[in-house]
Design a protein. Structure first.
Length: 142
């Protein structure tokens, strides 16, 4: 009976999510469920179909969601800086295809790749959400 117990414990340990322990610095964002449908015909989203534009959608994810357009694709990212504990200044402000925190370090990220732009020492990328287009609507989810 003991060998079965030890085998079960071993299987549970090796099946745990490795990514959560690989980088202990990337644990500021919660894994929250997101399911948003936005209509590109509405005035607040009317600039999204054009290349290089982005919009901030509050009250979703950890710090809101930023949706960016390359003209042919849409990308959605959590608007909370993944390299800082959540605070008022860690909410990213989008401008074109970049987003910057208002904290003193002014971390800046690409809204195409999610990678940090201003500092090679930042270890965490933006949290990405899936985007599916259906007609004039974007469904953003994880």
């Amino acid at each position: 009976m003991k060998p079965i117990f030890y085998l079960a414990c071993f299987v549970i340990l090796i099946s745990c999510d490795k990514d959560s322990v690989d980088n202990p610095n990337c644990r500021f964002l919660l894994d929250l469920g997101v399911n948003i449908n936005i209509n590109l015909s509405l005035p607040q989203y009317s600039q999204l179909p054009f290349v290089g534009n982005s919009v901030y959608i509050p009250n979703a994810g950890n710090g809101g969601i930023i949706v960016a357009s390359t003209g042919s694709d849409f990308f959605a990212w959590d608007a909370s800086d993944p390299n800082r504990p959540p605070s008022e200044c860690s909410i990213l402000v989008p401008k074109g295809l970049e987003a910057t925190s208002s904290c003193e370090d002014k971390n800046t990220y690409s809204l195409i790749t999610g990678q940090a732009l201003n500092d090679g020492t930042l270890q965490c990328s933006l949290k990405n959400y899936r985007v599916e287009r259906s007609g004039n609507n974007l469904l953003i989810f994880n």
